[in-house]
Design a protein around this ligand. Structure first.
Ligand SMILES: Cc1ncc(COP(=O)(O)O)c(C=O)c1O
Length: 470
């Protein structure tokens, strides 16, 4: 149904003459039965076939504008731009700051965590984080407070120094290219842009990045050195890679011998339902194909404990980890072991993390529901956009009619509601359809969110009706 909705929503702008007839037949046929199809086809029908329906659009536009003017008068100041935990979520980990060390700074193996050393992290911190990536003791480095920084550093080292098995640093090539599944995480794209790496957009499917495209591109071009992927509850689409997709990743045959998959598993324990998605272990799959050195995996506790004050870690084959450590040793003598100790004592083990994530879920699930209920109530009947209910993660990805995202975001801003910039979810900030908007429901209070969504839905209606009436 979702696919149908997305497909038809996109189709309406590019309709050929013969397809218009088909659209009308579809509309009549599905009128009673299929909500999403009906709504999308109804737009085609509005636009192409019925003057009466055009009047309906004008009416809808006028009503939405009236509502919008009222909302603008309220002087709102609401922020749905970034996926940040709310203060209530941060409070869940407060004990870590107050009681966890209590004058005892020794790790279980007798390391004084106040002092230098132990580049790859203390044992208990490794044990805590290993299950999140599904790696062994010698396949992980506990880094600093940010996985984004670890990814940037990993990319910068590859550019400057090269990766294991490469015959020269990536940066010594005439050009370096990276595959960027989109819509995706804007900061991945920003890393590429800041290092002068050319980005190639790869479309998403409901099973993850389109592997037909990925396989073809990497097999043909030696300058493609890697790919980004958020494999679970992706930012922003909430998609989890299917088993088939993971296996295909593990079996890639890139022309570049120093190719790397940047597997950013930022949302690996961030479930929002009792029937969470599951993800195959890429490193294990890659071991089966003998391609384990192609994989770099990342995660952090930013949205488990504290963003900016959590633990970030990289997982890879033991060989890769040894190589990375040999490069990293010039960068630091060791990361923050006191924070590692705090985390290990607070959560105790992976079960502790899973229990803790249930408390996060209790806070944020109602917020996701507010967004989804508003979209279902206000937008679904119009067919002016599509979205899906993610089983986890931090975002709801809204796909409006082509050419309406910028206008929607601008209208929201003028009414005091800040959203992630339109286009941010694509390389170079350029959404080819100008239709994707990332909604981040976690930070505002429920009351603020409901108000922000009211503005959002009205803005979507104005932008869509304006576009259809053009
Ligand atoms: C996919 C993804 N990776 C990484 C991060 C940032 O993680 P960290 O706080 O560990 O740098 C985010 C934050 O929004 C994210 O969405």
């Amino acid at each position: 149904m979702l696919l149908c909705n997305v497909f038809l929503t996109k189709l309406h702008n590019s309709l050929q003459e013969n397809e218009k007839t088909l659209a009308k037949r579809l509309y009549l046929h599905y009128n009673k039965n299929m909500g999403a199809v009906k709504n999308c086809v109804k737009i085609l029908y509005y636009k192409e076939f019925a003057i009466m329906e055009k009047n309906e659009l004008i009416k809808l536009n006028e009503e939405a504008k009236k509502q919008y003017d009222e909302l603008c008068k309220q002087g709102l100041k609401l922020d749905m731009s970034r996926g940040k935990p709310s203060p209530a979520q941060l409070d869940l980990s407060l004990d870590m700051l107050t009681h966890c060390l209590d004058g005892d700074y020794m790790s279980e193996t007798g390391v004084d965590c106040r002092n230098y050393g132990v580049l790859d992290g203390i044992e208990e911190a490794k044990r805590l984080c290993m299950p999140m990536l599904g790696v062994a003791h010698d396949e992980i480095i506990i880094g600093g407070n940010s996985s984004l920084q670890l990814m940037y550093d990993t990319m910068a080292r590859a550019m400057l120094l090269g990766v294991l098995g490469g015959d020269k640093p990536w940066g010594k090539n005439e050009k370096v290219k990276f595959l960027c599944p989109a819509p995706g995480y804007d900061r991945h794209f920003a890393i590429c842009q800041s290092l002068g790496i050319e980005m190639i957009t790869v479309p998403y499917t409901p099973d993850g990045p389109d592997m037909d495209v990925v396989e073809k591109l990497v097999s043909e071009d030696e300058l493609i050195k890697g790919i980004w992927c958020v494999p679970m509850y992706s930012n922003p689409e909430g998609i989890t890679c299917s088993d088939e997709t993971v296996k295909r990743f593990a079996n890639l045959s890139p022309k570049a011998k120093d190719f790397r998959i940047f597997w950013d598993n930022a949302y690996c324990v961030h479930h929002l339902t009792d029937t969470p998605d599951t993800l195959l272990n890429l490193l294990e799959e890659a071991k089966k194909t003998g391609k384990q050195n192609m994989v770099f995996m990342f995660a952090s506790t930013s949205k488990i404990s504290f963003p900016g004050g959590g633990l970030a870690f990289i997982g890879a084959s033991a060989e890769n980890i040894k190589f990375i450590k040999s490069q990293m040793t010039f960068q630091t003598i060791g990361y923050d072991k006191l924070n590692q100790l705090r985390h290990a004592r607070f959560f105790k083990d992976f079960d502790g993390i899973k229990e803790h994530m249930k408390k996060h879920r209790a806070i944020i699930e109602p917020k996701f529901k507010i967004v989804l209920d508003m979209l279902d109530k206000e937008i679904a009947p119009t067919g002016f956009g599509s979205w899906h209910k993610p089983n986890g993660g931090y975002f709801i990805s809204f796909n409006g009619l082509d050419g309406t995202a910028k206008r929607t975001v601008e209208l929201c801003k003028q009414a005091g509601v800040v959203l992630t910039g339109a286009g941010a979810t694509y390389p170079y900030g350029k959404d080819p359809h100008d239709n994707n908007i990332r909604i981040a429901p976690t930070y505002p209070t429920e009351a603020e969110l409901a108000k922000a969504m009211e503005v959002f839905c009205v803005a979507v209606k104005i932008a869509a009706t304006e576009s259809l009436l053009k």
